[in-house]
Design a protein around this ligand. Sequence first.
Ligand code: FES
Length: 325
Amino acid sequence: MASVKISSGKSFNSAAGDSMLDSARAEGLTLEYSCRTGRCGVCKTKVLSGETEAFLDELSLSPEDNLNGYVLTCCRFALTDVEDIGALGDIKIRTLPCRIDALGVLASNVLQVVLRLPPNSRFTYLPGQYLDVIGPGGVRRSYSIANAQREDEKLELHIREVGQGVMSAYWFGAAEANDLLRLEGPLGTFSLREKDARNIIFLATGTGIAPVKAMLEQIKKAPETIMGKQIFVYWGGRTESDIYWQPELAQLAAVFAPVLSRASSSWSGRTGYVQAAVLEDGIDLTQSVVYACGSENMIFCAREVLQKAGLPERNFYADAFVRSN
Ligand code: FES
């Protein structure tokens, strides 16, 4: 058993075979994470001293990252005592029964699913986090929560149809109001942070807008927390029908920019990719914090180009959607 020390000064024990991420969680410490499979890079952290061993491929690390001592805490355990960086507070993960409260159509291939929990479940989460729904036959899929905490504790999800997807076949072919499911959550660490940055930039592709919607609802409940800051919301899709929701930003200093990569000739809005749109707008990235959610490709490109353009490394937070059938 090796000891891992994190930047807050706290420590946890890491056993061979268990990821540092899971070992930390077992002792009530939540490190940054999203996919838990080595693909998103959110759990990337620098080992200051000590030896670790990977038991999963660290797919999102570059050769340069390896040379510079970066590791993925979801893929490695500690061999010797390790000093590590970055941790969040304690976030309790629970498994609860739930029922479908309502089903709605947001777009031809996107459903709005509202879940209701047993009375007084006290399911608490940070807007931006996701949960796993455990459906018929025990099939489990991850979905971001699309609303800030409500008094009635209902949870909204935006679910995109996946060709040949086992869970998609249920959502788009069989799901009905009052169906009984289970959920596990809240999961992930994608959430608003207290930062001095003057600009708050949200980047989303597809249903990656769901956690952004939840975070905007959180901001609208307490606008004093972002006093003096400018908000930008860039939402990327292929065609007009992908822009299935309009944020209500009236009381905020905010700009909403839908950006289409395959717009029809009748589209008069922005075209291209969200990360390119941010650069075109000439926002001072040295004074910005970015929250990005959507395809792995967008997250990787956005992280790279925005950091090259001056965004501080510690001001990029992401939740990557990793596809499962
Ligand atoms: S790479 Fe570790 S959480 Fe995604």
